[in-house]
Ligand binder design. Structure first.
Ligand code: F0G
Length: 456
């Protein structure tokens, strides 16, 4: 059988929000041409993010009913700790309300003025938490990882020569830890090979530096290793994930991705002294160490989600969806970041709208037309989001203007993807009609969330 089917049947459904184009034209104006300001009940299909937007299983909902809401030492925590340790294998497990809370705790302790933390590509919140502590966030992804058309099986790999050079020229006490993000979200959801994880681990350890994995999409990464890396075909995703983490000293996790929950995260590590400091900070801002800002039932949903995400039938389907969506667009001539990554398709908006100048924000403009024409919501990852300015306060175009169509887990069916792809292809065939935008109001940082625009 050729067709890869959704490995679930549906017990509970939510209606989609159908609107007319005339309504959407009006809604866009009301939202000041910013998709983040659109109420979700005006969106037909939401491809804004895969974070916390997945569908939980009946087993997860069932597990929530046995959540133990004891303030200290709840049963739910012990079940959660066991599930995390089975995959990650670290001694200490510290729950947090989401990924960035784990990052904030880790970098409040490990970061600080004069320090530097290398990664393949830091995700925005990781970078922001590192920079907020006064430290520098360094991106050392391989060159292929920055070229949308380069077809490399592991475009999320770290450039080992650059990492070695950095380690040689930087005093050891300035590097509190090194990281790798699996999959590399900011680089297109691209995987990292086991060989690269192993080599990064060896290199960092040679210099006595701890190695942490930003593990939000660890199961998707494990699947790519199984499919693409010699020697892993016969291993299970669980075994592959266990090996990935065996090379590291700790991990940060946004459970809103590969733990298949709507809220949650954790920090996990081997170092006793560091864990103690993290727990002390956790108590200050998140909560007692056995709940960390979550309800007992949330911990149970995570425990079950972590076991479901390493299921082969699930991962085969998950990665097939992304490839299917990408191939439909590619076959119609739409340029995307190649090959499709794990959780999203990234459209090259400059290639889609060659008639627009980078400072007419082609990525942003494309997301507006996608909403108006098709009713779907996507996210610009480009000049608006990165918001770099020159010394005169004028915008600097970012390296690429991309539009990310992020696929929530277990939410949309194949016909939904067909519909979205059909709409995007129709839009591509009338692409000259897409109008650029200008910014009329913007906040001082993270402007994409609240800025207001008008069409040119
Ligand atoms: N690390 C990576 C690689 C991420 O993709 C995210 C979130 C985080 C850390 C932070 O986790 O949201 O739970 O605080 N990414 C989401 C996205 C927001 O849309 O890509 P969080």
């Amino acid at each position: 059988m050729k067709t890869i089917i959704e490995p679930f049947r549906i017990k509970s459904v939510e209606p989609l929000a159908f609107t007319t184009k005339e309504q959407r034209t009006q809604y866009l104006a009301e939202a000041h041409y910013n998709p983040f300001l659109l109420p979700a009940n005006r969106v037909l299909m939401d491809f804004l993010t895969d974070s916390g937007t997945g569908a939980m299983s009946a087993q997860q909902w069932g597990a929530m009913m046995i959540g133990d809401e004891s303030y200290a030492g709840s049963d739910s925590f012990y079940r959660f700790q066991e599930a995390v340790q089975e995959i990650f294998g670290f001694k200490h497990v510290i729950p947090t309300h989401q990924g960035r809370a784990a990052e904030r705790i880790l970098f409040s302790i490990a970061g600080g003025e004069g320090k530097a933390i290398p990664n393949n590509t830091h995700f925005d919140t990781t970078r922001a938490n590192i920079e907020y502590s006064g430290a520098e966030a360094l991106d050392l992804v391989i060159d292929e990882g920055k070229d949308p058309q380069a077809r490399h099986p592991f475009k999320g790999n770290i450039d080992l020569d650059k990492l070695r050079a950095f380690l040689q020229e930087t005093p050891k006490e300035k590097i509190p830890l090194g990281m790798i993000t699996v999959t590399n979200n900011s680089g297109g959801g691209q995987p990292v090979s086991m060989a690269n994880i192993r080599a990064v681990s060896e290199l960092l350890h040679e210099y006595g530096i701890p190695f942490f994995i930003d593990s939000c999409r660890f199961a998707e990464n494990a699947w790519f290793i199984k499919m693409r890396e010699e020697g892993y075909q016969d291993k299970t995703p669980l075994e592959i994930a266990q090996e990935m983490f065996s090379y590291a000293d700790g991990a940060t996790m946004s459970a809103k991705k590969d733990a298949m929950v709507n809220i949650g995260g954790f920090l996990t590590m081997n170092d006793d002294a560091l864990a103690e400091q993290c727990r002390n900070l956790l108590i200050l801002t998140e909560g007692f160490p056995t709940y960390g800002g979550l309800a007992g039932r949330d911990l149970d949903a995570m425990s079950v989600g972590l076991r479901e995400v390493v299921d082969e039938n699930y991962l085969r389907y998950r990665i097939a969806v992304t490839e299917y969506f990408g191939s439909k667009l590619r076959d119609a001539g739409v340029q995307i970041v190649e090959p499709p990554g794990g959780h999203a398709i990234y459209i090259d908006a400059r290639a889609f709208c060659p008639h627009l100048d980078a400072l007419q924000y082609p990525g942003w403009a494309l997301t507006l037309d996608m909403y108006e024409e098709i009713g779907i919501r996507a996210v610009e990852i480009g000049t608006v989001m990165f918001g770099k300015k020159d010394e005169h306060g004028k915008d600097v175009p970012s390296a690429m203007d991309l539009v990310r169509l992020t696929i929530p887990r277990r939410v949309y069916t194949q016909s939904h993807i067909d519909y979205a792809a059909e709409g995007i292809i129709a839009l591509y065939n009338q692409r000259e009609s897409i109008r650029g935008v200008r910014i009329v109001k913007e906040p001082p940082f993270l402007r994409h969330f609240t800025a207001q625009f008008e069409r040119i």
